[in-house]
Each structure stands twice: as structure tokens, then as C-alpha cells.
Design a protein around this ligand. Structure first.
Ligand SMILES: [Zn+2]
Ligand SMILES: [Zn+2]
Ligand SMILES: [Zn+2]
Ligand SMILES: [Zn+2]
Ligand SMILES: [Zn+2]
Ligand SMILES: [Zn+2]
Ligand SMILES: [Zn+2]
Ligand SMILES: [Zn+2]
Length: 536
């Protein structure tokens, strides 16, 4: 299937690249040596996933002609449009004539017999043609007829895969990811983009950082050019990480190569690495306000804790919600624009407009969630009610592509378990209640069985989420409020406390203060208000 004039061959794609080509229709030759079968809709038979059009190499979605005797398939539209003769810029002397019989020649323009790019692979690749399909070692998907081999490394790859970037920075992962032909020492991995299995003996991109476990299919991560950047070498990768990534400065490294002692931008003292708590206490991470169980940093001088993953959060993060840089804010408590919770701890500021708590910032745009059997993806236009809490979602929400199911950031980022004095065990976040009538053991009122709740299966306890967590589950005592309050000295900071000693009077409503208050700690300033009175 080639245009041929004496010893000059090009294929259809290259012929069309030239702006000077013009068709002159003549009688169409007998296109193929065997009789062809017409198929109106190829998607109903098994062919399309495995083969592309032999002419234009595009997928088979429209009507096709297929040869039952050999692997030859052509789109009906390709055959109809096929010119028998063209004038081409690269061959000015004669028009090129359609040749139907000779399929063993290579296109002189695009099929070079060897390709070499040392920045991508250290050895040259050599062209090979074969009759059947093959699995590309670089991307793990099937290819047909034309392959390139590296005999030194025993690799068989697609033409496009001879020049895959070795290192890329993908906007949905915080670190650079590396192309590998196989992965060692891992158990089953799913692609973090499509959630299908990544075969470990085939090519993929993965993150080298310990604890990251980030693996993606080559074709998934390279699908959209605007979501990744090619990184030239390890040096550029290290520079990028140093410049924009970490909020930590390593002071001491342990035998395993981990940062054992660090300085963190959010804290005035050095922090040390630990893997378990000395005593069984309900410690919360000062970054995300969720409980800490293993691998964390702690301050030896004051009560301050960070999950290792929270400490390592980048100083500049590309967040999928807006393809722009988000910067962290470590110091005050705010309301998260995504989960609507008031949170102490770390926030990201996106486009100087959105405040996103770190629990929300860790949520990817396509997720698996225990509460639903299918994957959920973020739909910017979705205004469905959340299946966890029945609130209507405002700026888009996570939804299922297979069935009617939506979930907001607030429910997605709920702690999987929580302690409450009503039960000696940890209560588990529960997604379905099969009982017809449900009850909350804390408020002793009815509970909507269709909504998420916390329960203990041992004691048959169940309760509303808001009663188990309390009103401010993510606020830490002593955290400073970000906004100043009219009527109070704007130079003084107000701090949040769950409880106060004595019975001071609220500066607003005049009633006694006991729970959830804002208080000025400046000497001789006795300003104190109920949290709920702060704007009244
Ligand atoms: Zn490939
Ligand atoms: Zn990583
Ligand atoms: Zn944390
Ligand atoms: Zn949030
Ligand atoms: Zn919800
Ligand atoms: Zn579903
Ligand atoms: Zn229990
Ligand atoms: Zn004051």
C-alpha cells in the first residue's frame, strides 16, 4: 500500500503532510490481492481493539473492508478517498502512482530503519516488520506489523515509543515520575489514572519516593500534553524538587536514608521522625487534624505532630482543581471552601481565592471510595445531591460514571473511624443501613438510614456523624483565627478554645462562656466571645 515512482515510496500520512499535493482521480486499482469483506459497524465484532486501519493507522470505528485471509483492514472512507496518483513536494519530477501489490517497502519519509536519541534510550532502535501483532515493552500495549527493536536490551517497541521521555512531571503527582521497562519488588499495582492493573513486567511510569506507590500506564499519563512536562535529566528533577516541592529542610538522615531530623516551614523547632506513639493517646496531626498511627514527625520540645506525608507536602502544588499553582498557609484557621469545615492546620490557597484544607488537597480527581463500588471522578458541572449527607453540591462534585451516585468533599474526607464516649470501641464510618428505622444513640432521635453514619458492630451502636465528631472536629485548641473581628483590637489575635476556666462573660451576648469560645490572650485585654457570637 504505497505511493511508488521508481524507487521512491511514501505512505498516506506523509503524502498528506505536504501542502502541495493534489489528487488526480483515475480508475481505482484492485486494492488488495484477496477479496475484501465489507463490515458496516466494526465495533460489534472483535476486531477494533486489536487492529487499526492499515492505511491511516487510526482506530476502526466506522465502516471497514476486511480481508479474511490476512491482517489487512481499511476504513471504507480511506478506500473511497484514496487517490490513485498524487504530486508530492519531495518528488517533483513525476506524479506518484498508487501501488497496490507491493507491501514490503517502507515509506522513505517516515519509516527510518534505525532511530537513535541518546537522551531517551542509550542504544539505537532498528526497524523490524512482522506479520502478526506484538506487545510493546515500553508502553505495554499491542502493536501491529511495524516495530523497533533494541537488541542490546531485548526490547520491542512502537515507533512512537522509541522516544518516550525518561522523566516527566505530571500535574497530578507532586514528584517527578520515571519511565521503567519493568518494576521490581512490587505486588499488584493499579494505574492511578484509569485504575486498571499495571503489568509489572511491562513499561510504565512510576514515582521513586518511598511510600509513594505511584504507578501509571504510559498511555494514560501521556494522553494530554498539557498535563505533563518533560524533565531532561535527574539534575533538573532534583532542582525542581528543591525549588518548589518540599516544605522541609533535612538536617539528619538515618541508615535507611530517610530524613530523621528536619526543619519544617510551619514550626519553629526541629522535628524528629518516629514510627509509633510511645503511649496510646488520640494524637492528631497538626497538618491535617486526622489521627496519627504510624510514621510521623514530632517536636521534642512542644506538642506538635505531623504525618510524614503531611510534612512532605510541596511548597508549590499544582492542583487539578485549577491548573495553577497553589501555595500553603500554615498559620491560621479558616473555613475550607471545599469540605466547608473549619480547620486548623495546613491550607492551600488556590488562585488567591480558594482556601483548601490539606485533607481536601490530598484527594485526587479520580478516586476509589469505600462507600461506593465504582470509581468516582470530579465533575465540575455536577449539581447532584451528595449521597453521604444529601447536601447539594455547589462547585461540582465527585460522581460515578456508571450509576447515579455523587459525593462531596465533606463526606469524602471524613475520618474512617472516630472515638466517642458512647462506645468503648472506635466507631466506624458506615455507608449503608439496611434497617427500616434508624436511630442515633447520642441524640436519641431518628436517623435517616440513607445517609452515612458512624457505628460499632460489636455493640450495635450507631450515631449521626455530626454528634460523633462534634461541631469542630478539625479545630485545635489555641489556633489563631485568620480574620479580625469588628469591635476587637485589630492588632490582637483571637484564639479558639473548646473550654474555658471559670465563667467569664461573653463580650457580645453577655451570657456565661463555657464552650467553644474565641479569646484574646494579650495581657490586660479581656475580650472573650462565644464562637457562635463572633459576628453578631
Ligand atoms: Zn508502545
Ligand atoms: Zn511520589
Ligand atoms: Zn496529617
Ligand atoms: Zn477541606
Ligand atoms: Zn456529603
Ligand atoms: Zn456507581
Ligand atoms: Zn463498641
Ligand atoms: Zn484584645
Amino acid at each position: 500500500m504505497l505511493y511508488l515512482a521508481v524507487f521512491f515510496f511514501i505512505d498516506i500520512k506523509c503524502a498528506q503532510l505536504s501542502s502541495s499535493f493534489k489528487f488526480s482521480q483515475q480508475s481505482k486499482h484492485d486494492i488488495h490481492q484477496h477479496p475484501l469483506t465489507f463490515i458496516e459497524s466494526p465495533t460489534i465484532i472483535d476486531v477494533p481493539k486489536r487492529f487499526n486501519c492499515s492505511w491511516c493507522h487510526e482506530p476502526l470505528i466506522d465502516a471497514i473492508y476486511l480481508c479474511p485471509d490476512c491482517p489487512f483492514i481499511i476504513h471504507k472512507k480511506c478506500l473511497d478517498e484514496l487517490p490513485t496518483e498524487i504530486d508530492h513536494l519531495t518528488h517533483r519530477l513525476h506524479p506518484l502512482i498508487l501501488n497496490c501489490s507491493d507491501s514490503d517497502y517502507l515509506c522513505n519519509l517516515c519509516q527510518k530503519s534505525t532511530v537513535e536519541d541518546k537522551s531517551r534510550h542509550q542504544h539505537p532502535f532498528t526497524l523490524l516488520r512482522r506479520q502478526d501483532s506484538f506487545i510493546c515493552d515500553a508502553c505495554g500495549t499491542e502493536g501491529n506489523y511495524i516495530l523497533y527493536i533494541c537488541s542490546t536490551c531485548s526490547l520491542m517497541v512502537h515507533k512512537d515509543c522509541t522516544s518516550l521521555p525518561r522523566i516527566i512531571k505530571f500535574s497530578r503527582h507532586d514528584h517527578c515520575i520515571f519511565h521503567k521497562y519493568f518494576l521490581k519488588g512490587l505486588t499488584r499495582q493499579d494505574c492511578k489514572i484509569c485504575f486498571n492493573e499495571v503489568k509489572l513486567d511491562r513499561g510504565s511510569y512510576s514515582c521513586r519516593k518511598s511510600g509513594c506507590n505511584y504507578v501509571v500506564h504510559v498511555n494514560c499519563v501521556l494522553e494530554n500534553k498539557s498535563f505533563y512536562e518533560v524533565i531532561e535529566d535527574e539534575k533538573q528533577c532534583a532542582e525542581l524538587e528543591e525549588k518548589s516541592m518540599q516544605s522541609i529542610r533535612v538536617i539528619e538522615v538515618n541508615e535507611a536514608g530517610e530524613a530523621a531530623k528536619i526543619e519544617h516551614l510551619s514550626h519553629q523547632h526541629c522535628l524528629a521522625l518516629a514510627d509509633k506513639m510511645e503511649e496510646e493517646i488520640d494524637r492528631k496531626c497538626d497538618g491535617c487534624m486526622l489521627p496519627i498511627s504510624n510514621i510521623f514527625y514530632y517536636c521534642p520540645e512542644c506538642p506538635f505532630f505531623l504525618h510524614k506525608t503531611c510534612a512532605e507536602l510541596p511548597r508549590i502544588k499544582q492542583h487539578w482543581f485549577r491548573q495553577s499553582n497553589a501555595t500553603p498557609d500554615f498559620n491560621s484557621f479558616k473555613t475550607c471552601d471545599f469540605c466547608s469545615q473549619r480547620c486548623s492546620g495546613f491550607f492551600y490557597e488556590i488562585e488567591e481565592y480558594w482556601d483548601m484544607c490539606i485533607r481536601c488537597a490530598k484527594v485526587a480527581d479520580i478516586i476509589e471510595c469505600e462507600g461506593h463500588q465504582h470509581f468516582l471522578f470530579f465533575d465540575f458541572k455536577c449539581e447532584e445531591k451528595c449521597n453521604g449527607c444529601r447536601e447539594r453540591c455547589q462547585y461540582g462534585t465527585f460522581r460515578c460514571g456508571k450509576c447515579r451516585f455523587a459525593l462531596d468533599f465533606g463526606c469524602l474526607t471524613l475520618p474512617h473511624s472516630a472515638l466517642h464516649k458512647i462506645d468503648e470501641h472506635k466507631l466506624k464510618l458506615t455507608y449503608r443501613d439496611d434497617k427500616e428505622k434508624s436511630y442515633c444513640d447520642i441524640c436519641e432521635q431518628d436517623r435517616d438510614p440513607g445517609l452515612w453514619y458512624y457505628s460499632c458492630s460489636t455493640c450495635d451502636t450507631s450515631a449521626h456523624i455530626e454528634y460523633v465528631l462534634g461541631q469542630f472536629p478539625f479545630l485545635k485548641d489555641g489556633s489563631i483565627m485568620a480574620y479580625h473581628i469588628y469591635n476587637h483590637n485589630y492588632l490582637h489575635d483571637l484564639k479558639f478554645f473548646r473550654k474555658v476556666e471559670g465563667f467569664p462573660e461573653c463580650s457580645r451576648c453577655g451570657k456565661f462562656c463555657q464552650e467553644e469560645i474565641l479569646k484574646c490572650e494579650k495581657f490586660a485585654c479581656n475580650y472573650i466571645v462565644h464562637y457562635k457570637c463572633r459576628y453578631s
